[in-house]
Design a protein around this ligand. Structure first.
Ligand code: HEM
Ligand code: NAG
Ligand code: NAG
Ligand code: NAG
Length: 335
């Protein structure tokens, strides 16, 4: 016969288990990003950001490209936690892929201060980067998507993480693919997100290896269109400092469209890492090449895949719930 002690103990144990399960479920719910995260706490957030991006783009169209890239460089390093924004001497800003290259930090400061004026201490810098990236695409002619929100800002920057985790224009295709799979993205994401190079500029130092004596061949990269090679040789003489710039999407640098993929098919990709999606002969190229072909003829497919991949990229290892903090100033951790 069960003693009343054992049965009340069992009841207590069941009750305890239920509490644990409910707790686990509720903290699981809190840990998700959602589109309406700031609906109560900052109802005008999206309007405020959109207006700031419009202003920024009015004075310099390229800023759309620069802001889109900031979100990418944030998310690939320790997740989308605004780590790229921290002003630290050993921070991500001075990592190889970012130094003298990443730009748009003043625009993020301006957005943050407008947002703080309306809803102080509520909106993370990581979320501002995600909204700014979306608005930059939309205002350049791309498709919109619903931005997931609720990321919080990290306490550290990771310079080594930026140096090893961000793709380089000199990487082979299998290396680029593995840098994406390392953060949970796949080959479709590699190709669709590379389509971000439909806007913006790159400096000579990131592609001049293709122009003169490519891999000891005595001439330019044979996968590069010869007229374009001549133009770029003039833009990037061996004696220059490497900081002249060329459009990533030749002849369509401001419009967010599928012209970048048409260029790849015509040997007019700018970076080695762009052209290899179509032209390299490794085993991986089969799948990237057929995606390039599909995107080049089907702009709607590219724009939808791009939007979906941006949502995926924006969900890389976010800090949520009570992890991290909401920074007051995007450049420094709160004291
Ligand atoms: C696939 C691997 C990628 C490589 C190797 C790569 C590399 C580069 C390089 C070297 C530049 C020029 C930087 C300079 O000269 O200062 C650049 C610019 C840019 N990248 Fe990428 N990138 C990649 C993927 C992406 C992704 C996934 C995005 C966004 C979703 C992106 C967005 C941009 C934009 C918009 C620019 C132009 C920025 C401006 O004009 O300020 N890139 N990228
Ligand atoms: C920095 O990034 C590297 C490579 O992704 C990772 O192994 C390391 O744990 C990160 N360090 C910090 C402090 O987050
Ligand atoms: C990549 O992931 C998406 C879902 O996020 C999926 O639709 C797509 O088929 C995947 N691509 C590859 C090549 O596995
Ligand atoms: C090109 O590079 C190769 C190997 O580095 C070298 O032997 C050759 O002399 C170079 N050719 C020219 C024209 O500079």
């Amino acid at each position: 016969m069960k003693s009343s002690f054992t049965s009340s103990f069992n009841r207590l144990r069941r009750c305890f288990l239920l509490v644990i399960i409910l707790f686990a479920l509720s903290s699981d719910v809190k840990a998700q990003l959602s589109t309406d995260f700031y609906q109560q706490s900052c109802p005008n957030l999206l309007k405020i950001v959109r207006k700031e991006i419009q202003n920024a783009i009015k004075s310099e169209m390229r800023m759309a490209a620069s802001l889109l890239r900031l979100h990418f460089h944030d998310c690939f390093v320790n997740g989308c936690d605004a780590s790229i924004l921290l002003d630290l001497t050993d921070g991500e800003k001075s990592a190889f892929p970012n130094v003298n290259s990443a730009r748009g930090f003043e625009v993020i400061d301006a957005i943050k201060s407008s947002v703080e004026n309306s809803c102080s201490g509520v909106v993370s810098c990581a979320d501002i980067l995600a909204i700014a990236a979306r608005d930059s695409v939309v205002l350049s002619g791309g498709n919109s998507w619903k931005v997931l929100l609720g990321r919080r800002d990290g306490f550290v920057a990771n310079q080594t993480g930026a140096n090893v985790g961000l793709p380089s224009p000199f990487d082979a295709l299998d290396v680029i693919i593995s840098k994406f799979t390392n953060v949970g993205l796949n080959v479709t994401d590699v190709v669709s997100l590379s389509g971000a190079h439909t806007i913006g500029l790159a400096t000579c130092r990131t592609f001049s290896n293709r122009l003169f004596n490519f891999s000891g061949t005595g001439g330019p990269d044979s996968t590069l269109d010869s007229t374009m090679a001549t133009d770029l040789q003039n833009l990037c003489p061996v004696t220059s400092d490497g900081f002249n710039t060329a459009a990533l999407d030749r002849n369509s640098k401001d419009l967010f469209d599928n012209h970048y993929f048409q260029n790849l098919i015509n040997g007019k990709g700018l970076l080695g890492s762009d052209q290899i999606l179509f032209s390299s002969d490794g085993a991986e190229t089969t799948s990237t090449k057929s995606l390039v072909q599909s995107y080049s003829t089907n702009s709607n497919l590219f724009l939808t895949d791009f939007a979906n991949s941006m949502i995926k990229m924006g969900s890389i290892a976010p800090l949520t719930g009570s992890a991290g903090e909401v920074r007051k100033n995007c450049r420094v951790v709160n004291s």
